[in-house]
Design a protein around this ligand. Structure first.
Ligand code: ZN
Length: 483
């Protein structure tokens, strides 16, 4: 049996099988699984950089040894510490030898049973956290853990793969919150994904706070998932332009249609209370093609020396620094809307009026272009209407700044229904002497304006107006800001 034929359908174990193929060169299940466990240990159980002292019986003196520990964040799931004899010397307790490396044994026993992961009849063992870490809160994620109540049984190969899978994830930490990302599809493509993409994304060495380079990160799940996807697309686009993208992965870019087992990324977030992990959210994402298309459109439209960097800056800005903490709720809501192909304008508007306005700081270069592309491509908003709102909003914000009349902008933002919105437009004509484009007053059935829901037109107008206003207030500081 080849390893590639051993897929289980479980995202954790399958990722481990892929690691056994790519990182350990295994083509088939090893004769001695525990020898491979020891090889994996070299990567997971690492020097901490600290030293300790032990009592050397032979020489009768204290000696130093280098300390080891499970590397972050593996230590949230694995807490095996080998027992080492101790001795009391001058009132202090010392090990009598350097602590040995722990040994998570794979020791199946008893009669053959069905493995809960691969379904094969094998001699099994109880699934431990260090072979299968995401077995927490089974009530919340019943579809993954339907057998969890009676305890899961694993065959030796699935247990080995489960242990190897700790090397497959991409992760970030923000404070005590951890975000884990694991891809899943059929095993052949999972191997291609690992070799062609994931290994390029994983940082080598002692990574602090995460093992991939995230354009931004925060406390919430969707902003981190979106950040991961931006980094993923950066790598894919580069590989694709060099002709190095594995044809097996062409469905990610849309060059190939999606096959029967589409590529999915699981995003798991949770907090580390003490030494263990408590899962708070599990999301899955598989709409790579439309989002990648949008990503490419963004880069083409931005047309800067480094459009990817500009794009990163756009999403990085949606936070508010207060004292020493960073609140990123607006970015979370914006990213969530984009990932779910929903309307990101309300949180963008909230950010402008609640954060940007108080800091007198307009949106960064490229922001409005990025959202305009999104509205056209995803929300199918009419380009003509967009341009009318943009021109009118710009004029409105500029005039309001000149007359120091911010009340109108807030009245616009706070319009609760179509009548209030039209009333504000009326006041704009009267107070600021700007003629309102008749297109905006042409209300269609279903309270739509030029084909769009009235409140979307309102929100977009409020965004353009406030941004133009902020640019007027501090023009010298923000030369790089856009229209
Ligand atoms: Zn199995």
């Amino acid at each position: 049996m080849s390893l590639l034929d051993s897929a289980t359908g479980n995202f954790w174990v399958d990722n481990g099988l892929a690691v056994l193929c790519t990182d350990y060169g295994l083509q088939e299940p090893p004769q001695d699984v525990n020898a491979v466990v020891q090889q994996i240990m070299q990567k997971l159980y690492v020097k901490t950089g600290n030293t300790g002292e032990y009592w050397d019986e032979k020489s009768g003196q204290l000696k130093t040894y280098e300390k080891y520990n499970w590397k972050e964040p593996v230590r949230l799931f694995v807490s095996i510490v080998p027992k080492t004899p101790k001795k009391e010397i001058d009132g202090k307790s010392y090990y009598t030898s350097p602590p040995p490396r722990p040994n998570p044994p794979i020791a199946p026993q008893g009669k053959r049973q069905k493995c809960d992961f691969c379904g094969r009849e094998e001699v099994v063992l109880d699934a431990k956290l260090y072979f299968f870490p995401f077995v927490v809160n089974p009530n919340d994620f019943g579809n993954f853990y339907s057998c969890a109540r009676r305890g899961l049984k694993m065959c030796a190969l699935c247990a080995l793969a489960g242990f190897a899978a700790f090397e497959s994830w991409l992760w970030r930490r923000q404070g005590s919150t951890y975000h884990f990302f694991l891809f899943h599809t059929d095993l052949e493509r999972l191997v291609a994904l690992r070799q062609g993409i994931i290994e390029l994304m994983q940082l080598q060495g002692d990574a602090k706070g995460g093992n991939f380079e995230a354009p931004f990160f925060g406390e919430y799940p969707f902003e981190n998932l979106f950040g991961l996807l931006l980094r993923l697309f950066e790598v894919i686009r580069q590989r694709d332009s060099e002709g190095e993208l594995d044809p097996l992965l062409a469905e990610l870019t849309g060059a190939q249609p999606i096959t029967s087992s589409p590529i999915v990324v699981y995003a798991i977030s949770g907090s580390a209370g003490g030494k263990s992990f408590s899962m708070k959210a599990l999301h899955q994402f598989d709409r790579f093609q439309p989002l990648y298309r949008l990503y490419c459109r963004w880069l083409e439209t931005l047309q800067t020396d480094n459009s990817h960097e500009t794009l990163k800056t756009v999403f990085r800005q949606f936070l508010h620094r207060r004292n020493r903490s960073e609140e990123t709720l607006w970015r979370e809501q914006i990213c969530r809307a984009i990932l779910q192909q929903a309307d990101p304008l309300p949180p963008l508007e909230a950010f402008l009026y609640e954060v940007s306005a108080s800091q007198k700081k307009p949106l960064t270069f490229g922001t409005l272009e990025v959202f305009q592309i999104y509205l056209q491509e995803v929300m199918h908003m009419d380009e003509k209407l967009l341009n009318i709102l943009k021109g009118f909003g710009y004029e409105l914000g500029k005039q309001a700044a000149g007359k120091k009349d911010m009340g109108l902008l807030y009245a616009l933002r706070n319009s609760k229904n179509l009548d209030q919105f039209l009333e504000v437009l009326n006041r704009v004509q009267f107070t600021l002497g700007i003629t309102v484009n008749p297109e905006l007053l042409r209300v269609e059935s279903g309270e739509r304006i030029a084909g769009a829901p009235w409140n979307r037109a309102k929100t977009l107008l409020a965004i353009y107006a406030m941004n133009a206003n902020l640019r007027e207030v501090q023009p010298q500081k923000n030369e790089a800001s856009n229209e």
